[in-house]
Design a protein around this ligand. Structure first.
Ligand code: ADP
Ligand code: MN
Length: 177
């Protein structure tokens, strides 16, 4: 069964602007904004601690069950954001948007977050190599993965919000006709 209201996934290296953009979309489209990192911290979906990488490992099964059973993601109207996308069920998303940011800008944003040198390097390299773009293209059909969105300036941000909001409107028109 096709949803009448779509679900949107926003992916991108940390610092590319996912949370800022998703908040805008959620507000303007009256969608539920799910920040997977935040939700996982709140609900304790993180299990063991990875000491080498200094971060928690996500318990994906617990997270997915919660999204499906408690939040009813399948119904539509969600804008979900995370720096990974290969473990979500493909059927959940009607469009996947990938944010891209120039290295120097990304570096400055992560530095401003007080990330360690190694974490900054890891993330900037992830962005340079387009790791998340590959992951998105490997995990979702080509008609679901949308053209990459540059996220370097506040102008970009507004343009991207507009692009996604228009995509949502088009989807609704098609679904209801
Ligand atoms: P993410 O959720 O992907 O880690 P955030 O939305 O937290 O990224 O954005 C990281 C920082 O960059 C924030 O300070 C935000 O204000 C800024 N930012 C995000 N997108 C843009 C953009 N398109 N242009 C300029 N600054 C941005
Ligand atoms: Mn974020």
């Amino acid at each position: 069964m096709r949803r009448t209201i779509p679900n949107i996934l926003i992916v991108g290296t940390p610092g590319t602007g996912k949370t800022t953009l998703a908040s805008l979309i959620a507000e303007k489209a009256a969608f539920n904004h799910i920040n997977i990192s935040e939700l996982s911290r709140e609900k304790n979906f993180c299990d063991e601690f990875d000491h080498q990488r200094n971060c928690h490992v996500l318990d994906e099964d617990k997270l997915l069950d919660f999204l499906e059973d408690d939040l009813q993601v399948n119904a539509g109207g969600f804008v979900i954001e995370y720096h990974g996308c290969d473990f979500f069920p493909e059927r959940w998303f009607d469009a996947v948007f990938i944010l891209r940011t120039d290295n120097t800008k990304l570096f400055d944003r992560l530095k401003a977050r007080n990330y360690s040198e190694s974490k900054i390097r890891e993330n900037v390299e992830c962005e340079i190599f387009g790791v998340l773009c590959d992951e998105a293209r490997d995990s979702y059909k080509s008609n679901v993965v949308q053209p990459e969105l540059a996220s370097n300036t506040t102008d970009d941000m507004e343009k991207n919000a507009e692009t996604i909001l228009q995509w949502i409107e088009m989807y609704k028109l098609n679904a209801n006709s």
